[in-house]
Write a protein that binds this ligand. Sequence first.
Ligand SMILES: Cc1ncc(COP(=O)(O)O)c(C=O)c1O
Length: 440
Amino acid sequence: MPSDELSKYLETTAKSRAIWEEACRYLPDGDSRNSIFWKPYPIFTESAQGAVVTDADGVERLDFINTMTTMILGHGPEPVLDAVRQQIDCGLAYNSPNRHQVDLARILCERVPSFQQVRFTNSGTEATLNTIRAARAFTGRHKFAKVEGGYHGTHDAVMVSLRIPAGAGGDYDNPQPVASSAGLAPGTLEQAVIIPYNDVDTARSILEAHRDELAAVIVEPVMGSVGMLPAEPEYLQMLRDFTNASGALLIFDEVISFRVAPGGSQEYFGVTPDLTSLGKIIGGGFPVGAFGGRSDVMSLYSPLTGPVVAHAGTFNANPVTMAAGAATMQELTPNVYRRLAELTEMLRQGVRTICAELEQPVTVTGAGSLFGIHFTDRPLRNYRDIAAADKTLAEQMFIGMLNEGFLLAPNLVGAMSMALGEVEVDAFVRAFRRALLRQR
Ligand SMILES: Cc1ncc(COP(=O)(O)O)c(C=O)c1O
């Protein structure tokens, strides 16, 4: 990294550094959330309003990641704050269900093609855990297939083949499960069948080899963790055809990709899974997750006739989250999705134009309001393509854009919000040019 870039970061983030040093006394490396930690230390946020996030040093930055894709309306949208305030005046958490969960459930079931019924959790992790558990209970099988590099939260089953150390992971056409964390229960790897993304023939032949053992195939229709890589529609269709024929359930993890259309990626790509997990935007900024789908599968959770699959949680469907989520979803009209997609395409094109002018190879990926910037012109279809690309420039540009006053994820992915507009996108693209020139 150019030393000036790092020096500027260090100079402008002294208070964040002091808080982080204090945090290190109580939290391992001052952190509770590995996915948003970066070196040398992250900035600490004081406040966020609209498109602007202010850090502990009083530096304001425009938010182009929006809490890892969550804050789709921007920070502090009035209709959501109103709904939250009204609910807070009526109590924070109850020992009974509340009507807001019915509102949010109805909105989701009306919009998401696969949702006949839904249940709420407090995280996307719990949502994917339940889709896999439900599929096992429904099919009586144990194994499940996941895409190499796919992220589905942090429970044991899915902490497999997320990041693969060089030399591990097997051949491309015969990928082997690799533990992505120490401490997984014995047998975890044996339950996972790993398939490459966007390769219909290779993935199908791996799936066929496990045809009668698979309870489920889980896939992100837009892979967030590798940098907003959309699925090719024929790949999703192949998974649908395979699962229909084999009796496995098809699970879409739409914790991120639900952003791309009112009915999520399943509407966008026209492929309907059996089960879907959601999170992030549907809680309006509060901790949330949801899983839902076919009512014959969801009925495994029925308390009157079972439940066959147990599912409790003190804060499941808590009233404040449900009120915020329902208010957020009501704001998300088809016009909002169109506007977000237009702005994001403007950003993608702007970055491509700048990179062409500066002769910097780039591929800008994404769908709807999601984007990822990759400094390579080689085709990007799956985890291994992304892993092979050099990350040094991306790391430099992340700090460079922070110095310019713009927030992204450390791997240069971003997500548009309704608090941003053409002026901010234009400012982003101009800042990107300046930051790129400084890395030369
Ligand atoms: C695709 C996907 N699935 C699941 C999760 C886990 O959600 P949570 O962080 O709410 O547990 C995430 C989180 O980023 C995600 O991106």
